[in-house]
Write a protein that binds this ligand. Structure first.
Ligand code: PAF
Length: 288
């Protein structure tokens, strides 16, 4: 696996594969790779001739400077893991390569997809940062497929909308959340969970499991389900930022779970902000 740092080097490295009509898969990441990222890289490897992994901690999507400063980074480790999972090229640009002096363009998806849930907590600017950098990465690499994780369910919806609205010639594939054996959704931020906070972080996945059991027991009313989940959070001494039962395509709140519904939760555990979600069916089976 080769590491390249500039768009010119990236394009030069992809020239020959493109000429030979080799297919290209892109896995965009902010690094500190975990098994969730590796599952995306392996899928890209299985489906494409060339696999590009981008590693760029995108400053414009962080709403808090302290979160950006604390974001874990270890390029050497990431490079080894990406290579082992089957990447051919690691694109790890410095900030000035992505946002050179004078940079003045933003790509925005408007409306409820960016203004609800994470858009309320972090501000819609978070998603504008994501869509701007993802548009740039898609233009730089021009992949056939780009891979994202279902853990960031709202991000995945926003990116699908972006691609449809701008007719970007790429297929978006969203793969299931990968979890620790005890249910905690993998996240690069988990490494910052200190001591007792690692156990308290289970509030999120346990709440999702509780919703599945409640549904299986016949509870359909969103307010009643939400109250039950709030109890799970308090049992872990965690204050939820939101517990949302919403349409999985539009993110509009639902009153009754009588069709596929996205259950999304967010909470700060100690200093670490975590999100998780599952898709509920009215029969109580979830798929995260
Ligand atoms: O999901 C992430 O890691 C980031 O939001 C992404 C898609 C790489 C854009 O910076």
């Amino acid at each position: 696996m080769r590491t390249v740092r500039t768009v010119a080097e990236l394009r030069a490295a992809l020239k020959q594969p493109r000429r030979e009509e080799r297919s290209i898969g892109l896995v965009p990441t902010m690094g500190f790779l975990h098994d969730g990222h590796l599952s995306l890289i392996r899928q890209a490897r299985a489906e494409h001739d060339e696999v590009v992994v981008s590693l760029f901690v995108n400053p414009t999507q962080f709403n808090e400077a302290s979160d950006l400063a604390a974001y874990p980074r270890d390029e050497r480790r990431d490079a080894a893991l990406a290579a082992e999972a089957g990447a051919d090229l690691l694109f790890a640009p410095p900030v000035e390569e992505v946002y050179p002096t004078g940079f003045a363009t933003e790509v925005r998806v408007g409306g409820p997809l960016t203004e609800s849930l994470e858009g309320v907590q972090r501000g819609a600017g978070h998603f504008h940062g994501v869509t701007t950098v993802v548009t740039k990465l898609l233009n730089m690499v021009q992949p056939d497929t780009a891979y994202f994780g279902q853990k960031d369910a709202q991000q995945a919806l926003v990116i699908r909308r972006l691609v449809r609205d701008l007719d970007l010639p790429v297929r978006i594939e969203v793969l299931p959340t990968v979890r620790e054996p005890d249910g905690l959704a993998l996240s690069s931020r988990n490494v910052r969970l200190q001591g007792e906070d690692r156990r308290r972080a289970l509030a999120l996945s346990r709440a999702l499991q509780a919703a599945e059991s409640d549904l299986a027991a016949g509870v359909r009313d969103a307010a009643e389900l939400t109250a039950g989940l709030a109890d799970v959070f308090s049992a872990f001494d965690v204050e939820p930022e939101y517990i949302a039962l919403v349409d999985p395509e539009t993110l509009a709140p639902v009153a009754t779970v009588d069709q596929e519904t996205l259950l999304a939760v967010a909470a700060k555990v100690g200093e670490v902000r975590l999100i998780d979600n599952t898709i509920l069916n009215s029969n109580g089976n979830g798929r995260a």
